[in-house]
Design a protein around this ligand. Structure first.
Ligand code: 13P
Ligand code: SF4
Length: 329
């Protein structure tokens, strides 16, 4: 497949008119013993064709136990990297390699390593939204689903560095009474939600509950009826007797919320930028059905992780999976 053009970060090959991507993807998937794992922030069509949809923790758990030969990770680059680190012998594909993450980018490995060196005697806890090189200098990885429990699995007096999300870090500090040293990073999507517009929406919908991801700013979290990972917010919406919800996380999650709860109303929380009514992660949305089809057809572009980095990064990821299993998460 050397002659296939992936110079733009995705397979750039014309496709026949009127192609039925859904049928073709299903066919290729079977033929190649491939599995499609999709994050809740993917577009609805990709979520619908995936073999598994989940949050960051669930995707890592799923990748670690699949017996497929090819994993197509419909999410962002660090999710593909995590899958590759866990399954070095499998082919891991991401439909568009440009699907980065502003939060992971806010934590360059060299600077983070210096931060770690400058604070000796600290246990390093990193959010999964980081590069493999950051994970390689980490003691244990966490996701928004297990961050609280993993932090609390360390003694109260443990000195901890937490990176890179300052909002998640501050939130965990506030609910656990810890005083972790925080890296000053953030996600451009979750920091965008407008307090004023959410307050106005609450007035219009007085019965609506506010669901917020812990990557949101503190003012939003203080107003929220439920703070949690995408999977936790979905579970809450499924189990709640409330009928209306304002959702302060990437709007892709509304697809599954609406599917599971056709009788409930889900309103995407508005961002500060008034040109858009909802909040989409521009990186997540780079993946499309066409790119997914082409990635399966040509088995490109493939995630590669430097062997030395992968050997170090796998340890804190496995530690997270082990602790999560012990905690029944
Ligand atoms: P979770 O999948 O852990 O909810 O994290 C959200 C996120 O921002 C993923 O990029
Ligand atoms: Fe990264 Fe934010 Fe996009 Fe998640 S929503 S992938 S944290 S930029």
């Amino acid at each position: 497949m050397d002659n296939v053009d992936i110079s733009k970060g995705y397979v750039n090959v014309p496709v026949e008119d009127n192609i039925d991507f859904k049928t073709e993807i299903e066919k290729l998937k079977k033929e190649k013993n491939a599995v499609i794992l999709a994050h809740y922030y993917q577009s609805g069509d990709i979520q619908d064709i995936a073999d598994f949809i989940g949050d960051s923790l669930a995707l890592a758990q799923w990748a670690s136990k699949t017996d497929a030969d090819i994993i197509v990770l419909c999410g962002v680059h660090f999710m593909g990297e995590t899958a590759k680190i866990l399954c070095p012998d499998k082919k891991v594909l991401v439909p568009d390699m440009n699907a980065g993450c502003s939060l992971a980018d806010s934590c360059p490995a060299e600077e983070f390593s210096k931060f770690v060196k400058d604070n000796p005697g600290h246990t390093v806890i990193s959010y999964v939204n980081t590069s493999a090189a950051v994970k390689a200098v980490t003691d244990v990885v966490v996701t928004s689903t297990n961050a609280r429990q993993i932090v609390e699995s360390f003694p109260a007096e443990e000195k901890i560095i937490f990176g890179p999300d300052r909002n998640l870090g501050n939130y965990i500090n506030s609910i656990t009474g810890r005083n972790m040293k925080l890296w000053d990073g953030a996600c451009h999507v979750h920091e965008q939600f407008s307090l004023e517009k959410i307050v106005a929406l609450k007035k219009e919908h007085p019965e609506a509950l506010l669901l917020a991801h812990p990557e949101c700013k503190k003012v939003i979290l203080m107003l929220a009826d439920k703070v949690g990972s995408t999977a936790a917010l979905l579970k809450f919406a499924n189990e709640s007797t409330a009928k209306e919800f304002i959702v302060a996380t990437e709007s892709g999650i509304l697809h599954e919320m609406k599917k599971n709860n056709p009788d409930k109303v889900f309103i995407p929380a508005p961002p500060n930028d008034s040109t858009c009514a909802c909040n989409e992660c521009n990186f997540m949305r780079l993946n499309t059905m066409k790119k997914l089809y082409l990635t399966l057809k040509y088995e490109l572009p493939e995630i590669e992780v430097d062997k030395d980095i992968a050997e170090k990064a796998v340890l804190p990821i496995r530690k997270m999976l082990d602790i999560s299993a012990e905690l029944g998460l």
